[in-house]
Design a protein around this ligand. Sequence first.
Ligand SMILES: Nc1ncnc2c1ncn2[C@@H]1O[C@H](COP(=O)(O)OP(=O)(O)O)[C@@H](O)[C@H]1O
Ligand SMILES: [Mg+2]
Length: 327
Amino acid sequence: MGYRLEVDMSEMDELWVEKHRPRSVGDIQGQPSVVSRLHAYAKNGTFPHLMLAGPPGTGKTTAAMALTRDIYGEEFRENLLEMNASDERKLESIRSKVKNFARTAPYGNAPFKIIFLDEADALTNDAQGALRRIMEQHAATCRFILSCNYSSKIIEPIQSRCAVFRFRPLANNQVEEQIKNIAKKENVTLDEDACQAIVRVSLGDLRKAITALQVAAAVNNNITRDLIYETTATAPPEVLHQYIMACKEDGFHAARRRLKEILNNFGLAGTDFINQLHRALYDIDFLSEPAKLELTRMMAEIDFRLVEGGGEQLQLDSLTANISSIL
Ligand SMILES: Nc1ncnc2c1ncn2[C@@H]1O[C@H](COP(=O)(O)OP(=O)(O)O)[C@@H](O)[C@H]1O
Ligand SMILES: [Mg+2]
C-alpha cells in the first residue's frame, strides 16, 4: 500500500498522455460528430472560430492541436499560439501576445494563424468581453479556438461567433481500446481485470486512464487489478459491498471498524469514500430500489456536511449508523 508515495512522476522520462496524444484528427477516439466536422475543416484547409466544450480528458486540446497539424503539417507550431486562460491572469498579457503574434503574416501559404486559448471559462465575464473585441480586431488574420469545461460559462457574444463542439466522456470500450494499445506499445503486461479497473476508475476521462496506467507501470511492469486500485486510491467494488454487508448484518461497531480499515488501506478521505460508495451503490444486487434512493439522499447530505467542514469521524459514523438502520 501507499505506492503513490514511492512514485515520482517527475522521474518518469516522459508522460504517456503526451507521448500517445493523437497527432491527426483521424486518430481521435470516439467523439464521432466532432471528428467528422473537423475532418471537413482539415480537408478544406479553413474553419471559423471554434469553441470546444466538455469534461476533462476527452480530447479538446488534442483536437485543437490535431486540426492545426492536419492543416499546416509538421510546421504547425509556426502558425499556432497556445495560451492557457488560467495562467494568463491579466487579459493584458493575452492582448499583447495576440497582438505580437498577429503582426506577422502566416508561415507558408496558410490563410490564417491559429490562437488556441485553453480553459477559456477561467476568464471573468469582463475579461471575456475584452476577449471578444480582440477576436474581432484580428478576425481577418487569425482564427481562435477556445476550450472550456462548460459552454454556459462563456458569454453569449463569444458563443455566437464560434462553431461549438461538444465533447463527451469516452465510452468504456473506447477507454479500453486506447489503454490496451498504449500498454502494448509500452511493453507492459496488463491483466484483463486490471484494464477493467482502469476503465472503472477513469469514468470516461482518458487522461486519468493513461496516467493510472503509467503510475502502475512504474511500480510493476505486470499490472494487476489490485495494483490499479492501490495506486489510484480507489476501493474496489467488492470492498464497498463488504462494508454495506457489514452495516446490514454485523451491526454498527463492526461496520465502523471495517470503514476505518478501508480508509487506511486505500488512503481515502471521507469524501472520496462517499463518492466511491455512491458509484458502487447501483451495482449492489441485494439493495432494493427505494433503499438505494434513500441511501443516495442521505449520502448527498453527509458529503455536503463533510465539504462544509463537518468533523470527518462524526460524519462517517453518522453514515454507518444511517446505513445500518435503513437496511
Ligand atoms: N478522444 C481522445 N482520443 C484519443 N486520446 C485522447 C482522447 N481524449 C483524450 N486523450 C488522451 O488524453 C490526453 C489528454 O487529452 P486532452 O485532449 O488534453 O484533454 P482535454 O479534453 O482535457 O483537453 C491526451 O494527451 C490523449 O493522450
Ligand atoms: Mg485541455
